[in-house]
Design a protein around this ligand. Sequence first.
Ligand code: NAD
Length: 350
Amino acid sequence: MKNILITGGAGFIGSHVVRLFVNKYPDSHIFNLDALTYAGNLENLKDVEQAPNYTFIKADINDPDVIQNLFDTHQFQNVIHLAAESHVDRSITDPLSFLKTNIFGTVNLLNASKECWKSNYEDHLFYHISTDEVYGTLGTSGLFTESTAYDPNSPYSASKASSDHFVRAYGETYGLPYVISNCSNNYGPNQFPEKLIPLFINNIIESKPLPVYGDGNYTRDWLYVIDHANAIDLTFQKGKRGETYNVGGFNEWKNIDLVKLLCDLMDEKLNKKPGNSQKLIRFVKNRPGHDLRYAIDASKINSELGWKPSVTFEEGLSKTIDWYLENKNWLKNVTTGAYQDYYNKQYKIT
Ligand code: NAD
């Protein structure tokens, strides 16, 4: 039986990856290591917590001794590393915690993997999950490819870029077998409502203003989270060691157009008059260093590994809204207490 370590498995993307692996690989044991920060939530994994091939470990990747001990005890054969501080706005107010977890924490995991696997690297893999934001910003045309130079603009993307470099450096310097994938914006069930889509779904439910940064013409590519989890599975199984794969939805949207689509779908689902939710849109002061446009060329993973998204944006968005409407308790539980303080500081709407 293979022991697979998945970090950050109580978070948004990680929970979908853990569920997929626990169900798909009954002969592997899946260890989910997560510090349960504000973004980690074991409610996301209620359906798999009793599975015989699943173990949750509450631990912090910033603690090198704890991480090394866990490798010694469980002899993880493979690592899929998703644990991170992941929200750009929080990185602007607190860059140091991004440096710690995203860089120092990643290097701790690399060191423990190197130490544990050093006698024989064969059959091992360190799979690092990263973002398209490491490439910086595009103008109105062009796409990010795997050979686009790194040019990060936010403390979040700078910390992820640095962690990518460390992973690659451990491959070059020590021969550690690795794969990296850089993905565009994810959306779907279980996403903490500080990111655009769940934040706005929650605000529409509560009839609160929808704060759109700047003029709303900032453009992102969007991918349904379960399609990302499938891309991670495929890359884990078939990705070539030492390679990077860009993952994207072939699905670019200007923020303002996305928000209007979301408002229209919410009006339909909540039986409200068309145009009702759009009245909540408010343009607010732009995010500092806001990248104009991200767009991914996902042709490498498509042609080499045969991956492509399985749902359209409209289908994925509709499923996502249904999930939040059916799981109002989940939303309520994560939006009380500290969330309210963060929200009030972040969005001063007059
Ligand atoms: P998330 O914030 O929802 O989850 C992160 C998880 O990591 C949480 O469960 C948290 O408790 C855990 N964590 C944080 N610090 C930790 C620490 N020090 N030790 C152990 N666990 C810790 O993030 P997400 O959106 O699911 O993103 C997962 C990964 O995917 C991240 O590496 C992120 O950079 C990358 N990514 C995200 C997106 C996106 O759109 N969300 C897109 C591309 C790449």
